[in-house]
Design a protein around this ligand. Structure first.
Ligand code: BTN
Length: 145
């Protein structure tokens, strides 16, 4: 019995560690990216659809930024250690533009990281300005504890 204790302790730790990592890469919660923008994902339903809010640290024009709604979708899986791909749209409430993000959640050294790329479509008044209306970029998000 005395010898069995370390075995069960190790088993518990191994299963426990797996359990913890299975919990990881849930998109729900508060995130901050490399620009200092804050994002909150409020709920993810069984289909992987989610809603949230985005508070950007930067904007194209010097305006007062506002918290803006986002709508997204992620792949769901029963697999432990699932690192889901996802996408979401941010409907900026303080500008005429729309951003779409696509990415994947990874667990790196026990910490979740969201690797994303985005397209930001700005409004232009004329067709001849279409060529300059879309920006592209990359953001990395970390969970705010
Ligand atoms: C606008 O300026 O028209 C709306 C704000 C755009 C903010 C962009 S979206 C991509 C990039 N990542 C961020 O966190 N903010 C900028």
């Amino acid at each position: 019995m005395v010898q069995a204790t370390p075995f069960f302790l190790l088993l518990f730790l191994a299963l426990g560690a797996d359990g913890v990592s299975a919990e990881k890469c849930s998109l729900m919660g508060h995130w901050i990216n490399d620009l200092g923008s804050n994002m909150t994902i409020e709920s993810v339903n069984a289909n992987g659809d989610f809603t949230g809010t985005y508070y950007t640290a930067v904007s194209v024009h010097p305006v007062k930024v506002e918290k803006s709604p986002l709508l997204g979708s992620q792949h769901v899986s029963d697999q432990p250690n699932h690192q889901p791909t996802f996408g979401f749209t941010v409907h900026w409430t303080f500008s005429d533009s729309i951003a779409v993000f696509t990415g994947q959640c990874f667990v790196d050294d026990g910490k979740e990281v969201l690797k994303t790329m985005w397209l930001l479509r700005s409004h232009v008044d004329e067709l001849r300005d279409d060529w300059k209306a879309t920006r592209v970029g990359y953001n990395e998000f970390k969970r705010l504890e």
